[in-house]
Each structure stands twice: as structure tokens, then as C-alpha cells.
Design a protein around this ligand. Structure first.
Ligand code: HEM
Length: 136
């Protein structure tokens, strides 16, 4: 098989989608990884970092959804049934991850912070993996 360059518009569409995924998914993993150090910086340091991250992550989520539908419009045509099913599952998981991230931002107890944060993080990683399979 010979490798080929993607057409320009396809390159823009997928680059925007993947760039937004790096911020939404990679940002969540990075913030979790830095949390121990952040907490030692002060009582409200974790809350402030979470707020600052939210200003980056929600625009990235919006770009993911917008470019996600752009992806669907561009490639849906003749896809097999399994692809369509995986797309439906992915859209549902993205919605669950978004709602969980929103609830995480509003949670007041450590338990619910952890529960919603975990659902948002795992859902986001799952959406990323499903995206890789959809791209084939
Ligand atoms: C948390 C949100 C999301 C993440 C992390 C994510 C991640 C990804 C990734 C990593 C790819 C693979 C790109 C590649 O390998 O070139 C992809 C592809 C894809 N995504 Fe998403 N995505 C998200 C949301 C969405 C949404 C909401 C939709 C649909 C409305 C969508 C539809 C697609 C489609 C159709 C492809 C295949 C594109 C192609 O083959 O050209 N994604 N996604």
C-alpha cells in the first residue's frame, strides 16, 4: 500500500478535531497528574487551576462537537453498519463526558468531584479511542 497525503480540507478538519482533543482529553489527564503539586501551592490553588482549565477545555469541547459533525457530514456516506453504530455510541459517550465534566465543575463534595471527574475523564478517553477506530 502506498501512503498518500490527505486533501487540504480533510487535513484542516481532522487537525482541528485532533487539536481540540489534545486540549480536552490531554488537558484533563495533565491536570490530574499535576494535582498533588498544585494542592501544595495553597488551599484554593486546585480550584483556581480548575477554573483556568475550564476556560480552555470548554471551547475545546465546542470545537470537538462542531468538527465532529463536520466529520460526519464529510465521511458518513457509504460507511458500514458497524461504523454507524460506533458513531452513535461515541456521540452518546461524548454527551455523557460533557455532562459529567459540567457536574464535576459544580460538585461540592470530594466524593462527587471524584465520581464526575472520573466519568468525564474515562468517557473522554473512550471517545478518543472510538474516534481513532472511526478514522480507520
Ligand atoms: C470528547 C470528544 C471527542 C474526542 C476526544 C474525539 C476524538 C477523535 C479522534 C482522536 C479521532 C481520530 C482522528 C484521526 O485519527 O485522524 C476522531 C475521529 C472522528 N470523530 Fe471525534 N472526537 C470527539 C467528538 C466527536 C463528535 C461529537 C463527533 C460526531 C458528532 C465525532 C465524530 C468523529 C468522526 C466521524 C471521526 C472520523 C473522521 C474521519 O474518518 O475523517 N467526534 N475523533
Amino acid at each position: 500500500m502506498t501512503a498518500q497525503l490527505a486533501p487540504a480540507l480533510e487535513g484542516v478538519r481532522l487537525s482541528l478535531h485532533v487539536l481540540a482533543a489534545t486540549v480536552w482529553v490531554g488537558g484533563q489527564l495533565t491536570v490530574v497528574g499535576l494535582l498533588g503539586t498544585v494542592r501544595r501551592l495553597g488551599d484554593d490553588a486546585a480550584r483556581r487551576i480548575a477554573k483556568a482549565f475550564a476556560r480552555l477545555s470548554w471551547p475545546a469541547y465546542a470545537v470537538l462537537v462542531a468538527t465532529g459533525f463536520w466529520n460526519v457530514a464529510a465521511v458518513r456516506g457509504a460507511q458500514p453498519a458497524a461504523w454507524q453504530v460506533l458513531l452513535g455510541v461515541k456521540i452518546a459517550v461524548v454527551a455523557v463526558a460533557g455532562v459529567a465534566a459540567w457536574l464535576h465543575g459544580r460538585a461540592r463534595s470530594q466524593t462527587w468531584l471524584g465520581v464526575w471527574g472520573a466519568v468525564a475523564g474515562l468517557g473522554s478517553v473512550a471517545a478518543l479511542v472510538m474516534g481513532v477506530f472511526l478514522a480507520g
